[in-house]
Design a protein around this ligand. Sequence first.
Ligand code: FES
Length: 124
Amino acid sequence: MSELEGRFFLCKVSDLVEGEPRKFVVHGSDVLLLKLDGKIHAVEPMCSHDGTDISRGKFSQHSGTLECPKHYAVFDVRSGTPLRGPFGADGDTQPPLRVYRFKIDSGRIMLEANQEWGVIPQYT
Ligand code: FES
């Protein structure tokens, strides 16, 4: 990973495999990349219920969802939207996952350093 003009290079698009989420740590911030139907998605893999790392949760390519391994909340990885809360509760009561902005530049996935909800620390 390296920083270039306010963006962080994570990996090449060709490095990602459909159905195999890949986690990166950018200065203490976790970023989970997922390839779904040929499109890349980037979320913070921290469950909005109790902070569990959901990078090893159950990822369904069929529905495009990631299930928290602790209390089974389910999130749409395309938008971060909660579809189900913990223990099957209504998803409306669950905050969404944070979704990262990124660009694809010459086949490279470049994470935007400045995100709407905060700033990923830059190299000094
Ligand atoms: S920590 Fe994920 S549903 Fe409770």
